[in-house]
Ligand binder design. Structure first.
Ligand code: PGA
Length: 245
């Protein structure tokens, strides 16, 4: 992938006022002209952001989650992939560490979600990464391999985006060295090529990305973009990160 992808993950933060404020600031900084920016806003803001504030811009929106149920039906509170598609969503985060470790989603759930996203013509951003103990006992590549191996149940993976987010780095300010990031993203690229050779995939890095470290992380070989949590809530910082890509 030539152009780096920058994905903002607002998590469960924001307000209507913040959407209006931040998106107008992006426009002033020419961020809206770029076509490699994706905003994972809380789902309640996606449609209004896309149809009112991002109209005539190239910015894309992502859902932070999707239902395991497809289509329509009696699933109170669920939002299916086809409802997201209908709301002009183009990307969906699947398997973010908080959904795996706080909400308790398992591999089977995540694979079903990826299938639903692909079936509806959107791009899944599959998040993987090791916990601190696996980093410390050097079993992290086994963890990554195990998470990637579940993709064999999906089918065609063309276009998939994988986000490598070491769980110990998310929201902590601790970040792997550039060599450590390179080791894992190259491992992911090689694994995907070996096992799913037809698949065109991109690999992002996520975990404590800031406007100070984004430029060097984006220059690491094998890094096709970044997934930004906390720093994406500060619009000046986020537009700076976007300016590096
Ligand atoms: P962070 O979060 O940038 O605040 O570490 C990243 C993420 O959770 O995707």
């Amino acid at each position: 992938m030539s152009q780096k992808l920058i994905v903002a993950n607002w998590k469960m933060n924001g307000s209507v006022d913040k959407v209006v404020h931040d998106l107008s600031l992006y426009a002033q900084n020419n961020t809206t002209n770029k076509d490699n920016i994706v905003l994972a806003l809380p789902s309640i803001y996606l449609s209004v952001a896309k149809t009112q504030y991002l109209l005539n811009t190239n910015i894309k929106v992502a859902s932070q989650d999707v239902s395991i149920y497809n289509g329509s039906g009696a699933y109170t509170g669920e939002v299916s992939a086809n409802l997201l598609k209908d709301s002009l969503v183009e990307y969906v985060l699947v398997g973010h560490s908080e959904r795996r470790h706080v909400i308790g989603e398992n591999d089977e759930t995540l694979i079903n979600k990826i299938k639903n996203v692909f079936t509806n013509g959107m791009t899944p951003i599959f998040c993987i990464g090791e916990l601190l103990d696996a980093r410390e006992d050097s079993s992290y590549l086994n963890v990554i391999e195990n998470q990637l191996s579940k993709l064999s149940d999906v089918g065609n993976l063309s276009g998939l985006v994988i986000a490598y987010e070491p769980c110990w780095s998310i929201g902590t300010g601790k970040i792997p060295t550039l060599d450590e990031i390179n080791e894992v993203v190259v491992f992911i690229h090689q694994y995907m090529q070996k096992h799913f050779e037809y698949a065109k995939i991109s690999v992002l890095y996520g975990g404590s990305v800031t406007s100070q470290n984004a430029s060097e992380i984006l220059s690491v070989a094998g890094v096709d973009g970044v997934l930004v949590g906390g720093a994406s809530l500060k619009p000046e910082d986020f537009t700076r990160i976007c300016s590096y890509a």
